[in-house]
Ligand binder design. Structure first.
Ligand SMILES: C[S@@+](CC[C@H](N)C(=O)[O-])C[C@H]1O[C@@H](n2cnc3c(N)ncnc32)[C@H](O)[C@@H]1O
Length: 283
């Protein structure tokens, strides 16, 4: 595997994913019963933005960088919550941050003492960094494992409520097949869980096929949301990013319809690309 998330941490695609992740976790916290969180492709938890990879790509500057520079009044409440978390977890500074928190660090900050987390990461170096970033915590385990195997090993959870984030590197379109197979198995074991799957929008066939396969999957309540910063036919690897949420909380769709255009305005000030919220399969 050549993929290194350090190049991409904090870019527009991470922003979209992490804003929605924070919304999903906040929704779970509305009920007192503990929740379970499984991150199948957890990453290293904290990304040093002064690192050569982050500096070389500079992607975070057009992502979280733009939100940190925006006047607070321009941020809708959910985006403001996310920006506050990033500032808190990533280090001091008024407009500059030194590190960007990954999904495990964001959820670890938000969870309550009885909420449980399992974080799967296949690369030993990344898993070790994740352990170091989060330290020893009650009801939190980092497993050096294939994330798709973790779906089998850890579902259904004893809490019987919670969220699974599936966020693979998509080094090739074959990853969509692994996601579909993993989701099918997971949903069979735990039909009531919420599943959030990140995917890149590219000019390749993979994303479109992914949506068609989801339509045919037999699963219900599949909501798709996306944000693009470039036109779909742009000659770049990734013009936008999307999330598919199976069993989304009530009102997520409505909130996203207001939130995504405002987020897009900040991330793509030239107005290129766009946003969308659509049911792939409704109720
Ligand atoms: C996009 S990054 C994850 C970012 C993280 N979820 C976040 O939002 O901060 C993908 C991660 O998956 C890891 N990975 C790749 N294949 C994997 C697999 N089969 N199982 C678990 N982790 C894998 C990579 O090493 C990389 O750290």
């Amino acid at each position: 595997m050549n993929y290194r998330h350090a190049f991409h941490a904090g870019n527009f695609a991470d922003v979209l994913k992490h804003v929605v992740l924070v919304m999903l976790v906040e929704h779970l916290k509305k009920k007192p019963a503990p929740f379970f969180y499984l991150d199948t492709h957890a990453g290293r938890g904290l990304y040093d933005l002064s690192d050569a990879s982050a500096q070389r790509s500079g992607e975070y500057k057009d992502g979280i960088g733009r939100l940190l520079e925006a006047p607070p009044r321009e941020l809708v409440p959910e985006v403001a919550d996310y920006v506050r978390l990033v500032r808190e977890s990533a280090g001091p500074g008024r407009s500059a941050i030194t590190a960007y928190p990954g999904s495990p660090a964001l959820v670890a900050q938000l969870r309550r003492p009885d909420d449980r987390m399992v974080l799967a990461e296949t690369l030993p170096r990344e898993a070790a960094a994740l352990r170091k970033a989060l330290g020893r915590q009650r009801l939190l385990s980092v497993i050096e494992s294939d994330g798709y195997a973790a779906l089998k090993a850890h579902l259904p959870p004893r809490e019987n409520r919670g969220l699974v984030l599936i966020d693979p590197p998509y080094e090739s379109d074959l990853e969509f097949d692994r996601v579909l197979a993993g989701l099918g198995t997971a949903h069979e074991r735990w039909p009531t869980g919420t599943y959030c799957i990140w995917y890149p929008r590219t000019g390749r066939a993979g994303p479109e096929r992914f949506h068609r396969e989801l339509e045919r999957s037999g699963l219900r309540r599949i909501l798709d949301m996306w944000l693009a910063v470039l036109p779909h036919d742009a000659r770049v690897g990734m013009s936008g990013a999307g999330l598919v949420v199976v069993n989304p909380p009530w009102l997520l769709e409505e909130r996203l319809r207001e939130l995504l255009p405002s987020l897009h305005g900040l991330l793509a000030p030239e107005g290129l690309g766009g946003t969308g919220v659509e049911w792939i399969v409704p109720e």
